[in-house]
Design a protein. Structure first.
Length: 271
């Protein structure tokens, strides 16, 4: 798996030292699935942060399904190659305007880029919000059409859920569906994969994301309770892919404080 380094977005002096060739190589490695897409060009620009002292996005990491077909220790024996105090922020189940917009605002304030796993039905209903996610520099993955358990439906129906979800997100982003998709990341609802669907996604060059730990934000709790829970898990793990849901009110409310915690405790965000 290729690892690509960028500078901290909060450091204009270090940014000025990057040569144009390095910027081109980074852009190609991270956004190759969407070459020619306006959203991908906006994503490349999003790494520049005008505000000093922000958390920023430390670096980008290219993930290739040929060598890393699935990641996340909660489901698989391997995960992303992260250094100590490096985290990847992921959000499921959006877009949902009241809360996704608040999450995006918090990320933007700290110049942080995350990965959003979108439900196709919601993406079809709010393509403007899908395009905003991409335009603000975030990575986009898919999360089926309507979020069923793929283990509990017929195999043909499971494939249809995957395909329809991918198509809906592609249409929202690019106005057309392509094969392979230009959004080559997928997360199973409830992490309920089957051998057949895992093989199918790998054959299509789509990386399956699990998580290394999560905020358990599907449970009722206050923003402060969620903050205490996720920071405790983060400090115990030291690094990893974190799962949130941008549809949850308490997560949207907690996110500014969580990003400040990352900044103040020496954590670095990897996209």
């Amino acid at each position: 798996m290729q690892r690509l380094h960028t500078v901290r977005t909060g450091s204009p002096h270090r940014r000025a030292n990057i040569g144009s060739l390095s910027r081109i190589m980074i852009w190609l490695a991270v956004f190759w699935p969407a070459l020619g897409s306006p959203a991908s060009a906006a994503a490349a620009r999003a790494g520049q942060c005008p505000r000093p002292g922000t958390l920023g996005t430390s670096r980008t990491l290219a993930v290739d399904a040929r060598t890393t077909p699935r990641v996340g220790l909660k489901s698989f024996p391997q995960t992303l190659r992260l250094a100590d105090h490096e985290v990847v922020l992921t959000f499921d189940d959006g877009p949902w305007p009241p809360t996704t917009s608040r999450v995006l605002a918090a990320l933007s304030q700290e110049c942080v880029r995350a990965t959003f796993f979108l439900i196709g039905r919601s993406a079809s209903a709010r393509p403007d919000l899908v395009r905003r996610i991409a335009a603000e520099g975030h990575s986009v993955g898919t999360h089926t059409w309507s979020h069923p358990s793929l283990k509990r439906i017929k195999p043909d129906a499971a494939v249809a859920q995957i395909d329809r979800g991918i198509s809906a997100v592609e249409m929202a982003l690019h106005g057309k569906a392509t094969t392979p998709p230009q959004t080559p990341f997928f997360r199973f609802p409830g992490f309920e994969a089957t051998p057949a669907t895992l093989d199918l996604l790998q054959s299509r060059g789509i990386v399956v994301f699990g998580a290394d730990f999560w905020a358990s934000d599907w449970n009722k709790m206050t923003p402060n309770q969620e903050l205490q829970l996720i920071t405790g898990r983060l400090d115990a793990a030291g690094r990893g892919i974190i799962l949130f849901h941008d549809t949850k009110v308490q997560t949207a409310a907690m996110m500014p404080a969580f990003l400040r915690y990352l900044r103040d405790h020496g954590y670095h965000v990897v996209q």
